[in-house]
Ligand binder design. Structure first.
Ligand SMILES: NC(=O)c1ccc[n+]([C@@H]2O[C@H](COP(=O)([O-])OP(=O)(O)OC[C@H]3O[C@@H](n4cnc5c(N)ncnc54)[C@H](O)[C@@H]3O)[C@@H](O)[C@H]2O)c1
Length: 266
């Protein structure tokens, strides 16, 4: 893994942050492509302090990565809103300028807007699709242009909501179903360039206080427990491992068996 570079969107907190941490633990340099400046800088500082052994001299660079010189640690925050095409192009250019290569992209940034389909506004629909689906496509294309020739691995974070639903989740569910389809389409288009594209559909992943979960929360899973961000991070590492190069176009469901559970209500 050493010398490899991974771009992880939405990695300031939650699942994305765990993915960035596990890649950094594996010796991969990570680009934290995050919209929330405070969360992104905190993730950069913590990962560099823990894994890099030292934080950036004088703290992180004021405007993203320093223009020259080696990264002060394995993590580099670049403020990025994946709903903005210009942000994506600038982030990929800055990451490539900084590290000279990109081997892995994890499209993790995602939002949800729960509303009745009778009330969901066009703006809310467009916002969810722009972040979750269009952002995943534009990041993939921008990074694939850099990976082309050398090859690489893209992992898109979908959801089991691509496969099953609760009420009032139309925009989110549609965006995640779109990601599953986009994944095999990109796998077909980019395979000749040595780029593998897979997605992970997480089930219930607790990004908050795991101790606050109830017995019922855990026991409704075949696995007997709710998921943790590290469950998804390990799946990312597995899919991106060059030893697993036979896997492309796949949708890996990581949900503790929730979508395999048949429920009859009495
Ligand atoms: N937590 C779960 O149970 C679960 C289940 C299935 C799928 N997912 C998916 O996993 C991914 C991460 O989920 P999470 O629970 O960690 O979410 P989260 O809300 O805890 O974290 C999401 C991160 O993405 C960032 N972000 C949001 N919009 C962005 C944008 N436009 N550009 C760049 N960054 C942006 C946020 O600032 C935040 O740091 C999402 O795609 C989500 O849909 C989560």
């Amino acid at each position: 893994m050493e010398e490899r570079v991974a771009v992880i969107t939405g990695s300031g907190r939650g699942i994305g942050r765990a993915v960035a941490e596990r890649y950094a633990d594996a010796g991969v340099r990570v680009v934290i492509a995050e919209k929330d400046e405070a969360a992104g800088r905190e993730a950069e500082r913590d990962i560099n302090a823990r894994v890099g052994g030292r934080a950036a001299p004088g703290g992180p660079a004021p405007d993203g990565p320093a223009p020259d010189g080696p990264a002060p640690g394995p993590a580099c925050f670049i403020r990025t809103d994946v709903s903005r095409p210009d942000d994506i192009d600038a982030m990929v250019a800055a990451a490539f300028e900084r590290f000279g290569r990109i081997d892995v992209l994890v499209n993790n940034a995602g939002i949800g807007r729960s509303a009745s389909p009778y009330d969901l506004t066009v703006d809310a629909w467009d916002e969810v699709i722009a972040v979750n689906l269009r952002g995943t496509f534009l990041c993939s294309r921008a990074v694939a242009r850099v990976m082309r020739g050398r090859g690489g691995s893209i992992v898109n974070i979908a959801s089991t909501r691509a496969l099953m639903s609760e009420p009032n989740t139309e925009a989110y569910s549609a965006s995640k179903g779109g990601i599953v389809a986009l994944t095999h389409a990109l796998a077909a288009s980019l395979g000749h360039d040595g780029i593998r594209v897979n997605c992970i559909s997480p089930g219930w992943i607790c990004t908050g206080d795991y101790d606050a979960l109830t017995d019922s929360d855990h026991s409704q899973h075949l696995s007997g427990r709710v998921g943790r961000p590290d469950d998804i991070a390990r799946a990312c590492l597995f899919l991106c491992d060059p030893a697993n190069a036979f896997i492309t176009g796949a949708n890996l469901i990581v949900d503790g068996g929730m979508t395999r559970t048949m429920i009859y209500q009495e």
